[in-house]
Design a protein around this ligand. Structure first.
Ligand code: ADP
Ligand code: MG
Length: 271
């Protein structure tokens, strides 16, 4: 008899007990181009509860980025309701949206979007500058966030002195420092090789195990296997929304963890 395959799993949060971080009801977004209207979102309703790790998938043009821009308070819906951490967002002004973004959200992008002339620690401190955190506390919290992603020893490096995976980890540290209610990641592994992608997913899973709520867009089915739920968009609507009761555990895929502070995957491969 063949031995059963053992699928590594992580412990899921108990969604029924946790308050919604995102509560979206009948969300619409129309883009007007000359005489044309594009219905990018056609009545999306969903809730994401504290502690969930949600993958958003779907073909190009299905509305994923539009949805992320709305839940990221970067844009406003044409109609419908969006409550972020209990607060209605749809009617806020641009200034109010900007301050909500800084208070409640951490962003991780495919292209990292680090400021090239600033060291890793200065990049990580930036959101706290906007939030008015006193300078000594900024440095303390930025150091802790860099430690948390295994980059404590690289705090003074500029982005071009870091590998792609390390730059993305700096971006994750930056997303964490204001202790956001929600982390939004748009194709965070899109520019990374597969091992580095798994390293990034291992960090996100660890943050999620520490109660971070994460919504991540990905084209890669492999990446979605590390999440606890997959929502698939099609033509501006939710096509399917499935829990993943046995997410793969990224740290198990990596084998022994290399000492990230001393050597990068790229450096090891070059050696
Ligand atoms: P996805 O991220 O899933 O590829 P998008 O949300 O970017 O999809 O796009 C959804 C639809 O909205 C597409 O038809 C796209 O062409 C259109 N769209 C997106 N952004 C804009 C915009 N700023 N102006 C006009 N149309 C847009
Ligand atoms: Mg997109």
């Amino acid at each position: 008899m063949p031995s059963p395959t053992i699928i590594p799993s992580v412990v899921l949060p108990s969604p029924a007990l946790d308050p919604p971080v995102i509560s979206v009801t009948d969300l619409h977004k129309d883009y007007r181009l000359a005489s044309n209207v594009v219905h990018a979102l056609r009545g999306v309703s969903l809730e994401v509860r504290a502690g969930e790790f949600v993958a958003i998938m779907g073909p190009s043009g299905s509305g994923k980025s539009t949805f992320m821009n709305l839940i990221g308070c970067l844009d406003r819906p044409s109609r419908g309701s969006y409550r972020l951490d209990g607060q209605e967002v749809a009617d806020l002004s641009r200034t109010q949206l900007a301050s909500l973004r800084n208070d409640k959200l951490g962003f991780i992008f495919q292209g990292f979007l680090l400021l090239p002339r600033m060291s890793a620690i200065d990049n990580v401190m930036l959101p706290m500058v906007y939030a008015g955190v006193p300078s000594r506390l900024r440095r303390e919290r930025a150091c802790a966030a860099l430690e948390a992603v295994g980059l404590g020893a690289r705090a003074q490096h500029r982005p071009n002195e870091l590998s792609g995976g390390q730059q993305q980890r700096v971006a994750i540290a930056r997303a964490l420092v204001n202790d956001p209610a929600l982390i939004l990641a748009d194709e965070p592994t899109g520019n990374l090789d597969s091992r580095t992608s798994i390293e990034i997913m291992a960090i996100l899973q660890r943050l999620n195990a520490d109660r971070a709520t994460i919504v991540l867009v990905t084209h890669e089915p492999d990446v979605a296997t590390y999440c606890s739920r997959t929502v698939v968009f099609k033509d501006g609507s939710v096509l399917s929304d499935q829990p993943n009761r046995h997410p793969a555990r990224a740290s198990d895929m990596l084998g022994p963890r290399p000492d990230d502070d001393n050597e990068t995957t790229a450096e090891r491969e070059a050696a």
